[in-house]
Every structure is written in structure tokens, then in C-alpha cells.
Design a protein around this ligand. Structure first.
Ligand code: NAD
Length: 474
């Protein structure tokens, strides 16, 4: 696929772009392909194409839109080997995880097609009939980060297209290729202009979120960028859905079976090299099980294979890009400078590419940067707690509120703890499970709005209420 000239898809046509930028393989740190660097004019034509396609797409019967979502899913699945190999190459994740990202995207498109667009009758009296119905908002800018390029795009495409919106989709600058390739494969499946796929360097995101032809921005990325998206959207009061950062706590109660949970807890934090918005980023362990669980997690960590995602047996790949790599190393350095105790890892790797070893810290203070900030990398603080009230306070003491997990054999008590956690999703004895049929969103600065479930579809809809006065019957 490296010889392939990746093109944007604008109005159903290939657009090579008048400028390009290089895309690196994070396992080697070398550029292996070029992607179009969308110019302002090319962006204008993508937005104009989405606008022009809107009336016909909006008028297309929902059954047809459902059918096309399933056709899109089918194309992703037919091309799964090619797409997942390409995704590993640009993103770094192990091949099986890349298959999960692409296959998960197909699943999301399929399942999104099963949602209904509701019509609510709020009054049907002798005097009046009142309904609220939901139509599309218009042109949606779908902006995606680099950690799960395909499934996070599908979170947006499925419900937005189902509801009759048209789209300009923009992947992150460091992972544009698989998304561009999907745009190429989908040409001719959807009517021209319904789904436009563009790629660009850092300049493109701000242009897109400020573009006056965009009606709604559906954004997944960091809290810091989310604030900028909101500022840009404010000028024309664009609708926004913001899926932002997190600093998810796990609370491990004293009644867990240490041997059983150690591996699950490890992967809650380290899957995708920790680059998951809903990864466990602070692990609070009750004092009664702290020592044995710490030992079990560290022992398991020692068995996990880090390497190039394209190599057989790799379980954790590199950090996806150089900026994030430097940030994770900075947090490790801060822990070292402050004398925190490392249980494993902490030494930068000398191999090429952006590899960070699995790094686990032993009970650093709550004020440590690695506890307070979102690390988004394979570095985890284990934190000891004595008392439930105390740990609930520590878990909630964050500007974020994306996810949280509770690990306990007392389900009733765990469910009661869940009601007290300020997090959009709480898992009990598992982590990171999401469903196209359940709302996913953040409390506090982890976001605005939700994706998934009926509520996620309504995020792409404009409500219209019609009151009809009935004629007098006598
Ligand atoms: P980022 O915010 O740097 O970039 C995300 C996307 O926004 C990229 O496509 C980027 O090009 C674009 N962008 C940059 N500036 C923009 C602007 N002014 N207007 C519009 N778009 C702009 O995030 P990232 O580093 O790619 O991703 C990591 C972050 O994403 C983490 O904080 C993670 O927690 C978060 N995330 C959240 C979710 C969720 O669902 N809540 C899921 C995955 C990742």
C-alpha cells in the first residue's frame, strides 16, 4: 500500500491535493507515505459538496440510508486485511487491535443503522395535536483523533448519516491514511458529496471547526483542543458534541480475587499503549490487597511483549507520534525527579520509533503530575487507599469525568458506589466496554453531549415541534 497515492474524497471524486505531508510509521519513526494537505479552497469545495448533497440525502427514505450504512460496513469488512495492515503501519497498534478498530467501525455502522428517529406526540386532545420530530442538522464536521481512527469515525458517521446529515470527515494529521483509503473504497456507495474525506496538517482542524458552511462539529480529542473547537463554533453558534480527555480512576475493593483481576486490571490501563480516553489512568487499590495485587500486576506486566505492531505476537505497540512520546517521557522524568518509586519500566527505550516501556509507579502522592494529569501512555500510578469515603473523594477530585471502574465481588455495593462517581460511564468488574446502543459521554471537562444510543442519534438532529389547532367540532 505504500506506493499507493492516497487521495481525498470530495463530491465523490479523488482529489490528490495540491500540497502533501509525510506520514510516519511510529514503530520506526520514518515517513512511509504522503497524504494530501487540504488547502482552504479544497476545504471549501468539500463543505460545498456536503451542502449540495444535503437536500437529496435528507429526502432519502431512512430505510435506504440504513441499507447504505450496512453496505459501508460490508466494504470495511471485505477490505479488513488491507485496512488493518495500513492502520498498524500508521498508528502502531498490534495487527489484531487494528482489526478490532476497523471491524469495530463496521459493527458500529451496522448497529447504528438499527436506531429509529423518534416522533413524540405530546398532545392529542380535542383542541390540538402536537408532535416533535427530528430532522438532520445539516453539514457535520467529524473530527477524529489518532488513537482509534476508524471506530471513532464510525461513532460519528453511523448516527449522523442515519439522521440525514452530510459529512466532512477529518482524521488526525498523524493517522490519515486508513481513513482516506476508506473514503476511496466508499466512492460510488454513497451519493456524491454525502461523505467527504479530507486530510491535512495542523492548520486544517481550526479551519474546519470555524468554517461558516459547517452546521455541527462532532469532535473527539483532547480537552484543550475541545475548548478551541467550542470557541470556533461560537461565531456561528454551530452545534457541538465534544468527546474529550479523561483521567479514569479504578477502585479496587478488598474483596477481589487478586489472581483473577490482575490481568484485567493491567489491560484496563495498558491496552493500545494506554492511549485510550477510557483507559484506567489512576488505580486505587485497597490497603488489604495492595501488596499482593501490586506484585501480581507487575509480574504479569513482565510477560507482555512490546514491539512493532506488524510483528507476530506484539501485544503493545509504540506511542503513536513524537509529540505524545515526548509528553509521556516528560511525565516519567517528572516522577524520577520527584523520587517516586518505579516498580517496572521508567527507562527510555533506545530502539528507533516511539517506544515507551510499561511503567508502573508505587503509590506516588495524590498531587503528583502522573496522578493529576492525563498521561495517555503506558505509565500507571498504583495508589493505596484505606477507606471508601476517602477514595470516592479522590476519584472525583478531577476536572475530568469520562469513565471509572469498580472492582469488587459485592455487586450491590459496587453499584451503590457507581451512583457516587462523577463519570459518564462506570464499569463494574470490567473496563472499556462501549455499545452503539448506550450513551457515552463525559461529565465536567471530559465533554459535552454523548455518542451512542438513541441520545447519540439525537445529537445529530434538530428538533421541530408542530402544534396543530383542531377545528371546533360543534
Ligand atoms: P487533539 O485534540 O490534539 O486532536 C484531535 C483532532 O482535532 C485531530 O484531528 C486534530 O487535527 C484536530 N484539531 C486540532 N486543533 C483543532 C481545532 N482548533 N479545531 C478543530 N480540530 C482541531 O487530540 P489527540 O491528541 O489527537 O487525541 C488524544 C486525546 O483525545 C486525549 O485527550 C483523549 O483522551 C482524547 N480522546 C477522547 C475520546 C472520547 O471519546 N472522549 C476518545 C479518544 C480520545
Amino acid at each position: 500500500m505504500t506506493e499507493h497515492s492516497f487521495t481525498m474524497t470530495i463530491n465523490g471524486q479523488a482529489v490528490a491535493g495540491s500540497e502533501t505531508f509525510g506520514v510516519e510509521n511510529p514503530a520506526t519513526g520514518t515517513v512511509f507515505a504522503q497524504a494530501p494537505d487540504c488547502t482552504k479552497d479544497e476545504l471549501d469545495s468539500a463543505v460545498a459538496a456536503a451542502r449540495a448533497a444535503l437536500p437529496a440525502w435528507k429526502a432519502t427514505p431512512i430505510e435506504k440510508r440504513r441499507e447504505l450504512l450496512n453496505a459501508m460496513a460490508g466494504i470495511l469488512m471485505q477490505n479488513l486485511p488491507e485496512l488493518s495492515r495500513l492502520l498498524t503501519r500508521e498508528q502502531g497498534k498490534p495487527h489484531s487491535d487494528a482489526e478490532g478498530d476497523v471491524g469495530g467501525g463496521a459493527f458500529w455502522l451496522m448497529e447504528s443503522s438499527r436506531h429509529d428517529i423518534p416522533v413524540h406526540v405530546s398532545e392529542d386532545s380535542s383542541e390540538r395535536h402536537a408532535i416533535t420530530r427530528y430532522g438532520p442538522i445539516g453539514v457535520v464536521a467529524a473530527i477524529v483523533p489518532w488513537n482509534f481512527p476508524i471506530i471513532l469515525a464510525a461513532f460519528k458517521l453511523g448516527p449522523a448519516l442515519l439522521a440525514g446529515n452530510t459529512i466532512v470527515l477529518k482524521p488526525a494529521p498523524t493517522t490519515p491514511l486508513t481513513t482516506l483509503r476508506i473514503g476511496e473504497l466508499l466512492r460510488g456507495v454513497l451519493p456524491d458529496g454525502v461523505l467527504n474525506v479530507i486530510s491535512g496538517s495542523d492548520r486544517l482542524g481550526p479551519w474546519l471547526s470555524a468554517h461558516e458552511g459547517v452546521d455541527k462539529v462532532s469532535f473527539t480529542g483532547s480537552t484543550q483542543t475541545g475548548r478551541k473547537v467550542m470557541e470556533n463554533a461560537a461565531h456561528s453558534l454551530k452545534r457541538v458534541t465534544l468527546e474529550l480527555g479523561g483521567n479514569d480512576p479504578a477502585i479496587v475493593m478488598p474483596d477481589v480475587d487478586v489472581k483473577k483481576v490482575a490481568e484485567d486490571l493491567f489491560w484496563a490501563a495498558f491496552r493500545n499503549a494506554g492511549q485510550i480516553c477510557i483507559a484506567t489512568k489512576r488505580m486505587y487499590i485497597h490497603k488489604d490487597v495492595y501488596e499482593p495485587l501490586k506484585a501480581a500486576i507487575v509480574e504479569y506486566a513482565g510477560t507482555v511483549k512490546i514491539g512493532d505492531g506488524a510483528e507476530q505476537g506484539t501485544q503493545i505497540g509504540p506511542i503513536q507520534n513524537s509529540a505524545q512520546y515526548r509528553r509521556v517521557l516528560e511525565l516519567i522524568q517528572d516522577a524520577r525527579d520527584n523520587g517516586y518509586k518505579f516498580l517496572i519500566g521508567g527507562e527510555p527505550s533506545d530502539q528507533p520509533g516511539y517506544f515507551v516501556p510499561i511503567t508502573i509507579l508505587d503509590n506516588p502522592p495524590e498531587s503528583a503530575r502522573i496522578v493529576q494529569e492525563e498521561q495517555f501512555g503506558p505509565v500507571l500510578p498504583l495508589l493505596r487507599f484505606d477507606d471508601l469515603e476517602e477514595v470516592i473523594g479522590r476519584a472525583n477530585d478531577s476536572e475530568y469525568g469520562l469513565g471509572a471502574s469498580i472492582w469488587s465481588s459485592d455487586i450491590d455495593r459496587a453499584q451503590e458506589i457507581a451512583t457516587r462517581l462523577q463519570a459518564g460511564t462506570v464499569w463494574i468488574n470490567e473496563s472499556q466496554h462501549l455499545s452503539p446502543h448506550a450513551a457515552f459521554g463525559g461529565f465536567k471537562q471530559s465533554g459535552i453531549g454523548v455518542e451512542g444510543g438513541p441520545d447519540g442519534v439525537l445529537e445529530f438532529c434538530q428538533a421541530q415541534t408542530v402544534f396543530t389547532r383542531k377545528p371546533a367540532t360543534v
